[in-house]
Design a binder for this molecule. Structure first.
Ligand SMILES: NC(=O)c1ccc[n+]([C@@H]2O[C@H](COP(=O)([O-])OP(=O)(O)OC[C@H]3O[C@@H](n4cnc5c(N)ncnc54)[C@H](OP(=O)(O)O)[C@@H]3O)[C@@H](O)[C@H]2O)c1
Length: 287
């Protein structure tokens, strides 16, 4: 793995969506490097199975916390649980994601893709910011996607009530990840906490596999060209551990290299407005 030779011994890493796919491979990789892991999963049994696999490879320092990231109450509870149990957080990896071909609402009445892919990243980060600041140098890593480049943010219709398409909602949420990361980096300037985002590559994880139709077909056709889960985890692991990115903040990475994100993602005014909308939708405030 290029450049990710930093020791993670003793570092506390919280990672969401660690029950499978890229999140699981990221947890396994960081576990091998000696990190103390907190896996946030919505299915405790799946999380415990991942923890057992990490333990079987020699690292027993793995905690599993349950949260459905589509529920704001769950996010608040899990952040409070983490806060109570730990006096530091060295790396926060917002990784859990979903793609819904049909529009559906969360228990909070918010469009599901936007809630899980963006608002959960936003909430967890805001709720844990003091712990991160107290642990500086600390790192925040938001798993986005190259799909962000097709994304548009409609501030008047973030829940896509007027016209819903699974890919449109997904791209919007992944653009939100990049805009959020850049605004976060601005707000964290001088604190020693960095914020970066990434595209993991096109990875064979079964992502969107529960969804009907064209997406399944596209995935099947693309399968021979897709990365393994371990390859898909490399950039997250690099950003979490490499001394090469010490102090680097507000950047987008692909294949462990800094890359330009879409032109729209650099719109600071849009970032700020999205932040304000996110505060309103969650009731969680930065200040
Ligand atoms: N795969 C790709 O090619 C690709 C490309 C670009 C970006 N990405 C991004 O990479 C990240 C990980 O994707 P992946 O491919 O590893 O997907 P995956 O295999 O489908 O895994 C998604 C993870 O998110 C969790 N999750 C989904 N909804 C949740 C909720 N409401 N509450 C808590 N956890 C929830 C899942 O938990 P359960 O096990 O409980 O379902 C699972 O652990 C996502 O942010 C995705 O947008 C993936």
């Amino acid at each position: 793995m290029s450049g990710s030779n930093g020791s993670m011994a003793g570092k506390i890493v919280l990672i969401t969506g660690a029950s499978r796919g890229i999140g699981k491979a990221t947890a396994m990789g960081l576990g091998r490097m000696g990190a103390r892991l907190c896996l946030v999963v919505r299915d405790l049994e799946k999380g415990k199975a991942v923890a057992a696999q990490i333990a079987a490879r020699g690292n027993r320092d793995v905690e599993v916390l349950r949260a459905d990231l589509a529920s704001q109450a769950d996010i608040k509870r899990v952040a409070a649980e983490f806060d109570e149990r730990h006096d530091r957080l060295d790396v926060l990896i917002n990784n859990a994601g979903a793609l819904c071909s049909a529009r559906k609402l969360t228990v909070d009445g918010i469009e599901h893709t936007f809630a899980v892919n963006h608002l959960a990243y936003f909430m967890l980060t805001c709720l844990l910011r003091d712990k991160l600041k107290a642990s500086a140098p600390a790192r925040i890593i938001n798993v986005s996607s190259s799909a962000h480049a097709r994304g548009r943010i409609d501030l008047d219709d973030l829940g896509k009530e007027r016209k819903y398409g699974g890919m449109g909602a997904y791209s919007q949420s992944k653009l939100a990840n990049v805009l959020f990361t850049y605004e976060l980096a601005r707000r964290l300037a001088g604190t020693g906490v960095t914020a970066n985002c990434l595209h993991p590559g096109v990875v064979f994880t079964g992502f969107g596999g529960g969804e009907p139709g064209w997406l399944k077909l596209m995935t099947r056709l693309a399968t021979p060209f897709m990365l393994s889960e371990e390859e898909g985890a490399e950039t997250s692991i690099y950003l979490a551990s490499s001394p090469e990115v010490e102090g680097v903040t507000g950047a987008y990475f692909v294949k462990s290299k800094r890359r330009q994100s879409s032109r729209l993602s650099y719109d600071a005014e849009l970032s700020r407005k999205l932040w304000e909308a996110s505060e309103k939708m969650t009731g969680v405030r930065w200040d």
